[in-house]
Ligand binder design. Structure first.
Ligand SMILES: Cc1cc2nc3c(=O)[nH]c(=O)nc-3n(C[C@H](O)[C@H](O)[C@H](O)COP(=O)(O)OP(=O)(O)OC[C@H]3O[C@@H](n4cnc5c(N)ncnc54)[C@H](O)[C@@H]3O)c2cc1C
Length: 208
């Protein structure tokens, strides 16, 4: 089974590593449209990468988010700050806590974090393709997804059983990248009449 991960940022790498480590039989492909991997990780925290905050519980952690705390509480029960600390420690990255509770790698360098993610992906067998953009996604009636790709090393069409979209934030709704545009361009057949329609809306044909 093949799973494609779109986006070579922190989320894409973490997701790809999690998939590959959980099931070594999977083929995990990480597709990044630019030539640079983890570029935001490298500039984050002023080049030091503020990885997480010293907080034992989700309730404590969400207090440090100016927005979205309520929505984040449940995900933090699945993977919280102590899990982040353990995940990186297991892969050789020690963290330190500053007086205000922010946690950074002891090296004070975001490069440590980027290298950790790159090494973990390589060890887990994640295949990374740069200069490879997913231009469209189609849900297949029989299950899985068909991606239309552009870029130097990519086949033009790729079919995968599972898909993880981690293409980063969306600056505005008309952007050609980001989750909003994927949601509106990801089309699947209507369950009632089998005509193609956006899964988030009523079928344009039969109104189901
Ligand atoms: C200056 C700055 C400082 C920051 N400091 C911190 C910090 O200290 N601590 C912290 O936790 N957060 C920090 N952040 C926020 C943090 O960097 C981001 O939240 C995080 O990097 C987002 O990761 P991501 O993987 O979701 O998205 P991104 O890093 O944006 O990755 C998305 C990737 O998807 C690729 N992509 C887009 N469209 C496609 C497509 N169609 N096909 C293939 N690939 C595609 C993009 O090229 C990109 O590489 C900071 C952000 C900035 C800008």
């Amino acid at each position: 089974m093949t799973i494609a991960v779109l986006g070579g940022g922190a989320a894409g790498f973490f997701g790809a590593i999690a998939c590959a480590e959980a099931n070594p039989a999977l083929r995990v492909l990480l597709l990044e449209k630019t030539g640079k991997l983890l570029s935001k990780v490298r500039i984050s925290g002023g080049g030091r990468c503020n990885l997480t905050h010293a907080a034992d519980t989700p309730a404590q952690l969400v207090q440090h988010y100016p927005r979205g705390g309520a929505q984040l509480k449940q995900p933090f029960h699945t993977f919280g700050a102590p899990d982040t600390v353990r995940w990186f420690a297991d892969r050789g990255v020690q963290l330190k806590t500053e007086p205000d509770g922010r946690m950074f790698p002891v090296t004070d360098s975001s490069e440590t974090v980027a290298q950790c993610l790159l090494d973990a992906a390589r060890r887990a067998g994640v295949e990374v393709l740069t200069h490879t953009a997913a231009d469209s996604i189609r849900m297949l009636p029989e299950g899985g997804f068909e991606l239309t790709l552009s870029g130097s090393s990519a086949p033009p069409v790729l079919r995968v059983a599972r898909l993880l979209v981690a293409t980063g934030a969306r600056p505005n709704r008309s952007s050609t990248t980001g989750c909003g545009s994927w949601a509106t361009r990801c089309r699947s057949p209507c369950r009632a009449c089998s005509l193609s329609t956006c899964p988030t809306r009523h079928c344009v044909s039969c109104r189901a």
